[in-house]
Design a protein around this ligand. Structure first.
Ligand SMILES: [Zn+2]
Length: 306
């Protein structure tokens, strides 16, 4: 599942390529994946791209938006006919061999990033005036693209219940958000209604940075620990964005032709079960399951009972 840094990366890249384009047609290949009246957006100019938590929003003229949620396996592939790649974050844009076309990819990494499109996972095709095409692919069909007005967007239950991102609040506000929750701290920071944008990878790595056991009761955290945790989460998220996000385990076997981010080369604990703690403290990374998600920590520097 793509997380905040992955969505931020595709946001930055699409913003550069899509702003000023017009949507000339939308081909819906799977009804459930595209919601709202798509006829409204035909001929409309794209005026910007935003991110709301892990949701991507393409802003159009006339107060219309395409809200996109990737969920487990959603991805966007923009195929344009430019001569030069527009890469600026993590090298996610690349030239397709033997073809004078550029791809920008984002969301869940899979063979469709580089393969022939449309594929059997393509749920919608957005045709743009320049001749570029944007494919919304989604293997498991949990994701969606929704045509909405600003009002509808603001009232969308996902947007309405979205907590603040860690960099938009103070240490005191962060402490207030977590101190009354009687749940494991990792589950609290991954709850998008409490604080938004932190998924499994960055929750694991942020907790390691702050030397906090993922299973600790959120209530037991002292304000100094909460302060350190917020700083640690910001640190790993920013690093994730700098590396263009992470291209994670399920895509390891695919030759992605240099596409995708590189944060996976900088994981602290995530996906490192049985490996030595990066602090060289003699600890070996352990994997447990918390809230049905794989949870990684070092038993030496992330002590549970404090
Ligand atoms: Zn350690």
């Amino acid at each position: 599942m793509p997380e905040l840094p992955e969505i931020e990366t595709i946001k930055l890249q699409l913003e550069e390529k899509l702003t000023g384009e017009r949507i000339s047609a939308i081909e819906t290949l799977h009804k459930k994946s595209v919601q709202g009246d798509t006829r409204q957006v035909i001929g409309k100019k794209i005026i910007g791209v935003r991110r709301l938590g892990k949701m991507l929003v393409i802003n159009l003229e006339n107060d219309l938006h395409l809200a996109i949620h990737f969920k487990m396996s959603g991805q966007l592939v923009l195929v344009s006919s430019d001569k030069k790649p527009a890469s600026r974050q993590g090298g996610q844009a690349t030239r397709i061999k033997n073809r004078e076309k550029i791809r920008i990819v984002g969301g869940h990494p899979s063979g469709d990033w580089t393969g022939k499109l449309p594929s059997k996972h393509t749920r919608a095709i957005f045709k743009l005036q320049s001749g570029a095409k944007m494919y919304f692919n989604d293997q498991r069909i949990f994701g969606w693209v929704r045509v909405v007005s600003s009002l509808q967007l603001a009232e969308d239950s996902f947007v309405k219940n979205l907590g603040p991102e860690p960099w938009n609040i103070t240490d005191d506000q962060f402490y207030e958000l977590i101190r009354k929750r009687k749940k494991a701290i990792k589950l609290v920071i991954m709850d998008q209604t409490v604080i938004s944008g932190i998924g499994n990878i960055y929750a694991n790595d942020g907790l390691w940075e702050a030397r906090i056991h993922p299973g600790r009761n959120a209530q037991s955290l002292a304000s100094q620990e909460a302060k350190l945790l917020r700083a640690s989460l910001i640190k790993v998220l920013r690093e994730g964005i700098r590396y263009g996000g992470a291209t994670t385990s399920d895509a390891k076997y695919i030759n992605l032709d240099g596409l995708g981010g590189h944060y996976q080369e900088h994981f602290r604990t995530y996906d490192r079960e049985g490996k030595k703690c990066l602090r060289s403290d003699g600890g070996v990374i352990k994997k447990i399951t918390l809230g049905s998600r794989g949870t990684y920590f070092c038993p030496k520097c992330q002590i549970r009972d404090k």
